[in-house]
Design a protein around this ligand. Structure first.
Ligand code: ADE
Length: 464
């Protein structure tokens, strides 16, 4: 990997980065760190590279021309490289960004000095504005060196012990556990016993516990991101019936957990962008909602006060209250299909299904569900043909629904047969079947309860 650093202090950069582990990697040819002296490119006969800012103000600014020409010279060597301007005004550098930048073959760092650089050249050449933290240094060199160090150690071969990059702090959003070396006893302090026993599982468990403990204590912000699905599941299981949609979304890998707090969880369904929110109190709900996109479409709220917050914050007008019903038994239904035969519906049924079911889905959404094998149809014999009498499906977010039996086939148990079939299919995939039923649909609620589904004591609210 090649780094070129545009700077007024080449010796500072080169001496720092050609030392120790990075120095060795440069010698081996794994890395190349070059400094480009911006001053070499000035057209000023006194070698000046700075001038006063228009409009007044303290200090001097680096001029556009020498910076531009130095950058062009670097780009001539590296082709299409990203140009990183190190500045306290950039996004803050972190391990994930280091990992991302380590995928590049070439990087150019631009180091500012004085009070900054003429904005016009930044607009022309810079692809990334990155800061190393919320403090101001006298120049960009130290910041560039910090970033180059963090990026370089992810380049294969730079670290001699290939493993250490993975086990260190920030891997999986945890800080590193404490480490000890000889002697076993120092100033009255002993090395923890578990590390002396040679029992690898116990050592791993102890290290993980210490990592969690440290992260909670020193970096609660980081801990919030640790093992989001696992922590979300334990929160949601405190009220399984109310949260079955969120639990299943995580278990089935359909949703992404965006935040877990002591007082709430936010999940986003990947396919539809629907947000699912639960919170213990209004303030927790507000904090979770602040993480949702401003243009978000639909929210499933697990408390009425969250629904009110969504309506106010996102200007939503529609709010439909639903019972959440779950089939918590493990055994599938047995018995016949009440005189009909049930099978998967293909895309050729898009128009038929859409004609009967268009409240909640567009035609193309129906087409997509059919393509994904999410809808089953009940067929009855008429003469010597089989005709569709109704259907049922699984919504993209995982809930059962879309149950429809065409009027002339009602009161024959076809709805129940369809529902049993879908429950059995869902169980067979290792999932817990669940669905939402609007509170203004008592017959559907009655059917679900008759089939053994349990309703949550509180309602969920679809806000759109
Ligand atoms: N230049 C001056 N301060 C800086 C910072 N915090 N990050 C990156 N570059 C800088």
């Amino acid at each position: 990997m090649r780094f070129q650093v545009l700077t007024l202090f080449p010796e500072m950069v080169l001496s720092g980065l050609h030392t120790s582990i990075l120095g060795r990697a440069c010698e081996k040819g794994l890395l190349s760190v070059e400094a480009v002296n911006i001053r070499d490119f000035t057209k000023d006969r006194h070698k000046k590279v700075d001038d006063y800012p228009y409009g007044g103000g303290a200090g001097m600014l680096m001029q556009a021309q020498p910076v531009f020409d130095a950058c062009q010279a670097a780009l001539q060597k590296s082709g299409q490289a990203r140009v990183v301007y190190v500045t306290p005004q950039g996004r803050v550098f972190h391990q994930e960004l280091a990992r991302e930048l380590a995928q590049e073959k070439e990087l150019i760092f631009l180091c500012g000095h004085y009070e900054g650089i003429d904005e016009r050249v930044l607009e022309e050449v810079v692809t990334d504005f990155i800061s190393i933290g919320d403090y101001v240094l006298t120049g960009g060199e130290l910041a560039a060196m910090v970033m180059i160090d963090a990026i370089s150690r992810m380049v294969p071969g730079v670290l001699s012990n290939g493993e250490s990059g993975e086990t260190e702090s920030f891997h999986g959003n945890l800080l590193e556990y404490p480490q000890y070396t000889r002697p076993e006893l120092w100033r009255g302090k002993k090395v923890p016993k578990v590390l002396l026993g040679g029992h690898h599982r116990k050592v791993d468990d102890w290290r993980l516990e210490r990592s969690i403990e440290r992260t909670k204590r020193f970096r609660p912000d980081l801990y919030e991101k640790y093992d989001l699905p696992g922590r979300a599941l334990s929160y949601l299981k405190q009220n399984r019936l109310l949260h079955m949609d969120m639990l299943e979304s995580i278990r089935r890998g359909l949703g992404e957990v965006l935040c877990v707090r002591e007082d709430g969880v936010l999940v986003k369904d990947c396919a539809t962008g629907v947000y699912m929110v639960t919170a213990r109190h209004k303030d927790a709900g507000e904090r979770l909602l602040s993480l949702a996109d401003t243009g978000a479409g639909i929210f499933v709220c697990h408390q009425e006060f969250v629904a009110q917050s969504v309506a106010a914050r996102f200007g939503k007008k529609e709010c439909a209250a639903c019972y959440q019903l779950s089939y918590t038994k493990k055994q599938p239904f047995t018995g016949d299909e009440n005189g009909c035969s049930i099978r998967l519906l293909g895309e050729s049924f898009t128009d038929t299904v859409f004609a009967h079911y268009h409240d909640l889905h567009t035609r193309s959404e129906i087409g997509k569900l059919l393509k994904d094998g999410a809808l089953y149809g009940a067929f009855v014999e008429e003469g010597d043909t089989q005709v569709l009498a109704g259907f049922i499906g699984t919504h993209a977010e995982g809930g059962m629904g879309m149950l429809e039996v065409f009027p002339c086939y009602r009161r024959r148990g076809i709805g129940m047969a369809l529902e049993k079939h879908l429950i059995n299919r869902t169980l067979a995939r290792g999932y817990t079947p669940y669905g939402h039923v609007f509170t203004d649909n008592p017959p559907s609620l009655a059917l679900q309860e008759k089939m053994g589904l349990k309703a949550s004591s509180a309602l969920v609210y679809w806000v759109s």
